[in-house]
Design a protein around this ligand. Structure first.
Ligand SMILES: O=C(O)[C@H](O)[C@@H](O)[C@H](O)[C@H](O)COP(=O)(O)O
Length: 221
């Protein structure tokens, strides 16, 4: 981990800490939505060390692979091992998978489970892939149009470029959050983001769906 990426993770953790603490002065509970992937790990560790009243915080994921929670591809496993540590283990974490064998069969149950969270979310932290996807809104996903337009909170997605089916919060549900943050690193993602900012086709670079939320960008080389 380069020093500058570590510093970025720590600055992001401080910003998320402040946002959650501020919302908790006005409301009993606050919801944080995080993303999986490799980028957030140092952020998760830095946030877990913050002195928050963790038992008043709900945490869920922007999206998840439809895999067992023990799988190394599970975002829930990533969150449990890196964020829900120490005092942060007292947070109420709600995963996005069920015992159903497909996300299409399980999506309704997960929607019921997540309905009890403290919506609207205080903060959504998004990642972005080299193809411009964010959450599980992939350019080649068969359900991209649905995920961008539905009023439903969650969508089961099938994506030819991805090995597993997934479940994702819809763009509409993620839009409702009070704050949106994009956490990315590296020159390749900077170029993808620049293309998204210059282009106009959300289906080619789905991160575009969040550019005017407004979106705070946390980037480091
Ligand atoms: O993988 C996931 O769980 C998320 O669906 C995805 O949107 C992720 O945020 C990007 O793919 C970036 O991943 P990296 O941080 O690993 O580059």
């Amino acid at each position: 981990m380069s020093n500058v990426r570590q510093a970025l993770a720590e600055q992001l953790a401080e910003a998320v800490f402040q946002a959650l603490a501020e919302d908790l002065t006005r409301q009993e509970r606050a919801l944080l939505i995080v993303s999986g992937g490799s980028t957030p790990v140092p952020f998760f560790k830095a946030l877990a060390a913050k002195p928050l009243p963790w038992s008043r915080i709900d945490i869920t994921l922007a999206d998840e692979r439809w895999v067992d929670e023990q799988s190394s591809d599970s975002n829930a496993k990533l969150v449990r091992e890196n964020l829900l540590q120490g005092a942060a283990a007292n947070a109420n974490f709600v995963p996005l998978t069920s015992d159903a064998s497909t996300p299409e069969e399980g999506v309704e149950e997960v929607a019921k489970r997540t309905a009890s969270l403290s919506w609207p979310a205080s903060v959504v932290i998004l990642g972005m892939g080299g193809d411009g996807h964010t959450a599980s809104l992939f350019p080649d996903s068969l359900e991209l149009g649905l995920a961008l337009s539905t009023d439903e909170p969650l969508v089961a997605v099938r994506t030819p470029s991805q090995p597993q089916p997934r479940i994702t919060f819809s763009a509409g549900r993620l839009h409702q959050a009070h704050r949106h943050i994009l956490h990315i690193t590296g020159d390749d993602k900077r170029s993808v983001l620049a293309n998204a900012m210059n282009g106009d086709d959300v289906r080619k670079l789905p991160i575009r769906a969040f550019l005017s939320c407004p979106l705070a960008i946390y980037w480091a080389p």
